[in-house]
Design a protein around this ligand. Structure first.
Ligand SMILES: [Zn+2]
Length: 140
């Protein structure tokens, strides 16, 4: 999620440890979809700043959220459940367990798929209220 500010090189994280401590970001600085973590997302949503819960490194989202085409389609269809299913499935594929965290704080560990879905849901629901308008192409 858009824990980053406007920089596209490396996310600007606010660190917060949580009991669940399981979601992470890429250490190589690659920009990924803020929803499913796919590489090189082509779209972004302007959004109001909002709280991020149950995330080991982030407790606030500031600014735009990057999104890949598949996530945009689900968001534009207001398909929260479809987006949740996609995020749980794809995040694990795109950032396997053991991937180093961007902040040097260890490696990625995922909760069970059911817990993962429950932890993601409030953040995605908040995003639907925080986003402003339609997605726009990310400028290189
Ligand atoms: Zn995506």
């Amino acid at each position: 999620m858009a824990k980053r500010k406007r920089s596209r090189q490396r996310p600007d994280f606010k660190i917060q440890r949580t009991e669940t401590g399981d979601v992470a970001t890429r250490a190589d600085g690659l920009i990924v979809c803020d929803f499913c973590l796919a590489e090189n997302p082509q779209w972004e949503y302007e959004a109001k700043d909002m709280a991020i819960t149950a995330h080991p490194q982030i407790d606030m989202s500031q600014g735009a959220w990057a999104a890949c085409g598949d996530c945009v389609r689900l968001i534009e269809a207001n398909d929260v459940d479809g987006l949740l299913d996609r995020c749980v499935r794809e995040q694990r594929e795109n950032m396997p367990e053991g991937t180093p965290n961007a902040d040097g704080s260890g490696v990625v560990r995922w909760p069970s798929p059911l817990d993962h879905r429950d932890l993601l849901r409030p953040n995605l629901v908040r995003f639907f209220f925080a986003k402003r308008g339609s997605p726009v192409p990310i400028r290189p």
